[in-house]
Design a protein around this ligand. Structure first.
Ligand code: ADP
Length: 548
């Protein structure tokens, strides 16, 4: 028997229509290259998004065309999220910090027809322009007064184009499975791979992300996404926050600047914010050295890489901020798991709560998760067994753009069993808290046992003289591989490798204590701020452990 319900298509434009009607006066505050504090209402935002849809049509962009963005977190980027997708085109967010060759590859692979770029990105576009194969025009995200000099043809000013259009525009309705957005994963090997999101997947992801046990988004909240809008849809916040009518605060190109972040949090009364661990580290360093506070901030959401326990403790004890860890992937839109208490856990001791927050969290409804052994046999949720982490759900990719969608194919991330292989290794405890112990390719295999490089790094990061640490497996004549710890010390700090090893002996299983510690001035990171283990393994490929 068929149900008798309206088959309303889940459209991104419906978020905007709802938000404009219900929260017209809610504010969106941004830092941009041309304005230190821009402020406007949802009403203005919705109007300008409709104008943008008309701009795209006037430029000749058609349904399904990819429109690339190279921009920071600000109101114009938000207009592109809605204007491009709402009009039936594909908003393709590109990380301007990638290597130029990668950006070139991504633009050509996605066949972007137009690029909408921040003023600060123009020098890069000028350098790459000749090798773009499909790009018909560049729109610079600024006004006439701030337009850069350029020798390129077909360069337009965003504000001028917008001013030429009125907002008399009806959002079209079409199949909810139509592509709305694209992000390329910036893996450390091979070419970047394109993930294609649909209106349906994005809407369902936003609904789940807003739930009380996820981000608990609401009209009463002021939310500042510090995670860039080119990094997996800023974790879906630009959709979930607008859906519920939150005040949105966006730091533009000042994402890593502690002073700006502090100023925005205090003056705009931000109470929820999200970013990778290095952002929180930068903010804490600024607060510690300036003696300033962030009294309005209640929750700091951290993801993208494991969050050291020391960071969670500092945020809570020194600044009263609860850190909420989340885990996900570009292929997952990205939400997979997020921290939330289960009934009774509010009564745990501070130390126990921090231990829980250091795990990657519990699945949100919509994502199914399992860990499996080498024979694809499911492992128990006992907090001890660890195996390859697999997921499935309505906002998880079936494959990459231009590659096989056939489960089990070599270039498809989905296995024959229909589950996406995340490439992560994890445990899951009795309460469903997942903990990443490694990337499959980073795991250290010592005498047949798996040693978690993340455990070692977290333990090392808790040492007060260590600024950052990375553990990699290196050849060992007896154990095949043993852990080598590579450490960056705080400025002017002095400590020996023997002292660090002694410190770690208390904190790790005997088996996981690194055999040696080496010092360096800086660790390599990927464009999304993760430790680049591949580069480290290359640098230390000839390293030999001291003979016992
Ligand atoms: P990239 O494009 O850099 O690969 P993704 O965001 O897609 O960016 O990376 C996803 C991977 O990041 C995950 O598979 C996992 O290894 C890692 N990751 C994400 N969140 C966490 C977390 N909270 N703790 C540990 N690792 C994480």
């Amino acid at each position: 028997m068929q149900a008798l319900m309206m088959n309303t298509q889940l459209m991104i434009s419906s978020i905007l229509v709802h938000a404009e009607k219900n929260y017209p006066d809610q504010e969106i505050v941004s830092v941009t290259a041309d304005n230190p504090r821009h402020r406007y209402s949802y009403r203005d935002f919705a109007k300008r998004s409709r104008q943008l849809a008309k701009v795209l049509e006037s430029l000749g962009a058609k349904f399904g065309d990819r429109i690339g963005t190279l921009a920071w977190n600000d109101y114009r980027h938000l207009e592109m999220y809605y204007g491009i997708s709402g009009a039936g085109m594909v908003c393709h967010m590109i990380n301007p910090k990638l290597f130029p060759e990668q950006i070139n590859y991504i633009v050509n692979h996605a066949e972007d027809k137009f690029l909408f770029v921040d003023v600060l990105v123009m020098p890069l576009i000028e350098a790459l322009h000749a090798s773009f194969e499909s790009v018909e025009g560049i729109v610079v995200l600024t006004d006439e007064a701030n337009m850069p000099q350029t020798s390129l043809d077909n360069v337009f000013c965003y504000e001028t184009l917008l001013a030429e259009q009125d907002d008399d525009y009806q959002w079209p309705e079409f199949d909810e499975n139509t592509a709305c957005g694209m992000c390329y994963t910036s893996g450390t090997t091979g070419n970047p791979k394109g993930v294609v999101y649909s209106h349906r997947s994005t809407l369902l992801h936003a609904l789940a992300g807003a739930l009380p046990d996820a981000t608990n988004a609401s009209n009463l909240k002021t939310c500042m996404p510090i995670v860039p809008m080119f990094h997996v849809n800023a974790w879906g916040i630009p959709y979930a926050s607008i859906m519920v009518g939150s005040k949105l605060v966006m730091p533009g190109p000042k994402m890593a600047d502690g002073e700006t972040l502090h100023d925005l949090i205090e003056s705009e009364q931000v109470n929820f914010s999200s970013g990778v661990p290095t952002i929180w580290m930068a903010l804490l360093d600024y607060l510690d050295s300036s003696g300033k506070k962030i009294e309005s901030l209640e929750t700091a959401c951290s993801g993208g890489a494991a969050c050291p326990k020391g960071l969670i403790t500092r945020l809570k004890n020194d600044y009263g901020v609860d850190l909420m860890q989340g885990w996900g992937m570009t292929e997952m839109s990205p939400l997979g798991t997020v921290f939330s208490f289960k009934k009774g856990m509010e009564n745990l001791t501070e130390e126990e709560q921090i231990n829980l927050r250091a795990k990657q969290g519990r699945t949100v409804f919509g994502v199914e998760l399992k860990i499996v052994d080498d024979n694809n046999k499911e492992l128990p949720w006992d907090g001890v067994a660890f195996g390859a982490l697999k997921v499935r759900g309505p906002w998880i990719a079936t494959g990459y753009y231009g590659m096989s969608q056939e489960p089990g194919a070599a270039d498809c991330p989905v296995d024959k069993d229909g589950w996406l292989n995340t490439g992560d290794v994890a445990t899951v405890d009795e309460n469903g808290f997942m903990q990443i112990t490694d990337r499959t390719k980073d795991v250290i295999k010592s005498g047949g046992e798996w040693v978690s490089s993340i455990d070692i790094e977290n333990a090392a990061a808790s040492h007060e003289l260590i600024a950052e640490a990375a553990a990699i497996g290196r050849f060992h004549p007896k154990w095949t591989e043993r852990p080598l710890l590579i450490v960056v010390l705080n400025k002017d700090a002095k400590v020996t490798s023997g002292e660090i090893i002694a410190y770690l002996k208390d904190k790790l299983h005997k088996w996981s204590v690194p055999d040696d510690v080496v010092f360096t001035d800086e660790l390599p990171h990927t464009a999304t701020g993760k430790l680049n283990k591949l580069a480290l393994r290359e640098t230390y490929k000839d390293y030999q452990f001291p003979i016992e």
